[in-house]
Design a protein around this ligand. Structure first.
Ligand SMILES: Cc1cc2nc3c(=O)[nH]c(=O)nc-3n(C[C@H](O)[C@H](O)[C@H](O)COP(=O)(O)OP(=O)(O)OC[C@H]3O[C@@H](n4cnc5c(N)ncnc54)[C@H](O)[C@@H]3O)c2cc1C
Length: 393
């Protein structure tokens, strides 16, 4: 068994590590300052400039296939890279990416949606959640009815990331009410590519995080048949492909955040003196650091293992759910300990700990809550689809 990185993996990882240290981390104080003033931490033009800088070294479209100008990296490599990006809270991501399901577009749709998204000229958002349908995505009620060659979409989506900035959405609507009622969701839901100027509107939702998702409102929005992504009635499959595209990526980012947070806690423990001694001398503090180190190590291998299963082309859902659940729970425990070690300063907005505390909370909710991951894991075990012996058999 070999737990070491290949020379290529090390090279890519090291390049990103240096980029984060030299280009991203120096922005942190300014990002915090702007956010305290109620502004966007990293405005779109500054994000774009950083993305173009990374592109000069070939870092563009990390998972985008090479035929579309991307790097076409596999899951392990992507996980390594996400963990490095996670070492800063600055909301940076590499350019050249597009939602995985946009690659199912036909040639004409690719020209209108996929290629401009990769180029960074258009922004998409993925809209399935509704006020009455979150974990239970099959309960969606947004509808699309036929009218000649068009579809008329009505309904409301909620908590849509990027919904305020997007100029088109991939929206999921019921196109066969009878089948939907019978629970035949694999035949009743269709995905539509809908431009904002076709008539939907977004409403900002204020959250604990620094950026707000949006509610999307569709009132008699007319969408031509040529905007159906994939096949009529087969949209739910696409939605599951989007959600399942890389659950290992969220805990990978959290892994990087936890590493950085614990490094900050070590520094604080060694320098903060109370009752004549550094707090690092106290067992209460040492145990918090030790538990965090153990959990970070476990998280690293759960994330890399889940990514490795993806790269093997095997069914990875069980392993991704395990990594996502553990990452969400443990990252929240770790950031809480790190905040505690910083005392009152940890609670201020001068340090990034408080910001990370708020941001990491989301990990336990979106792209499948803790409870939904547990449901998936337990079902797989009870039905014999996975065993506690793991992939070693
Ligand atoms: C900031 C943010 C960004 C998001 N971005 C997007 C996006 O881009 N696109 C999109 O479509 N959606 C998005 N979502 C929606 C997100 O995926 C849902 O919020 C999430 O799936 C949970 O659904 P819900 O909020 O309706 O909670 P509910 O499903 O109502 O769940 C409420 C509670 O009940 C628990 N629960 C539910 N069912 C069960 C069960 N069977 N057994 C045990 N416990 C259960 C849940 O775990 C949770 O604790 C986003 C959400 C947030 C907060």
């Amino acid at each position: 068994m070999d737990f070491s990185l290949s020379s290529e993996e090390r090279e890519v990882r090291d390049w990103v590590r240096t980029f984060v240290r030299k280009e991203i981390q120096p922005l942190e104080q300014e990002v915090l300052r702007r956010e305290r003033a109620g502004q966007r931490g990293l405005p779109a033009d500054e994000l774009r400039a950083l993305q173009l800088k990374a592109k000069e070294s070939g870092f563009w479209g990390v998972q985008t296939p090479e035929e579309y100008g991307g790097m076409g990296l596999g899951a392990v490599m992507t996980a390594l890279l996400e963990a490095e990006l996670g070492r800063s809270f600055v909301p940076f991501r590499f350019g050249g990416a597009a939602d995985n399901i946009l690659f199912y577009a036909n040639e004409e749709q690719k020209q209108r949606y996929l290629l401009p998204t990769i180029a960074g000229e258009r922004k998409s958002c993925f809209a399935i959640t509704e006020p009455g349908a979150g974990s239970d995505a099959k309960a969606i009620r947004t509808s699309a009815r036929r009218d000649g060659d068009d579809w008329i979409v009505n309904g409301e989506k909620t908590f849509i990331t990027g919904g305020n900035e997007a100029d088109f959405t991939m929206v999921f609507a019921v196109t066969d009410a009878d089948k939907h009622r019978e629970g035949r969701v694999g035949e009743s839901v269709t995905c539509f590519l809908v431009d904002r100027d076709q008539g939907w509107r977004s409403e900002h939702i204020d959250t604990m995080g620094e950026w707000g998702p949006a509610a999307l409102v569709f009132e008699d929005v007319r969408v031509p048949q040529e905007n159906v992504l994939g096949e009529v009635g087969r949209g739910f499959e696409l939605a599951m492909k989007w959600i399942g595209r890389g659950r290992y990526m969220l805990p990978a980012r959290a892994l990087g955040a936890c590493e950085r947070l614990v490094e900050m806690a070590i520094e604080q423990a060694n320098t903060r003196v109370t009752f004549g001694e550094p707090i690092a001398n106290r067992q209460a503090i040492q145990w918090m650091l030790a538990d965090s180190a153990v959990e970070i190590e476990a998280l690293r291998w759960l994330v890399l293992h889940a990514a490795w299963v993806v790269d093997q082309g095997a069914d990875s859902r069980h392993w991704q759910s395990i990594a996502k659940l553990y990452g969400g729970v443990k990252a929240n425990e770790i950031v809480d300990r790190v905040l505690q070690i910083h005392g009152g300063m940890g609670y201020t907005r001068e340090l990034p700990v408080e910001r990370w505390y708020r941001e990491l909370r989301l990990l336990r909710i979106y792209e499948g809550t803790d409870e939904i991951q547990r449901r998936t894991i337990a079902r797989n075990l009870l039905k014999g689809h996975a065993s506690v012996s793991g992939t070693l058999g």
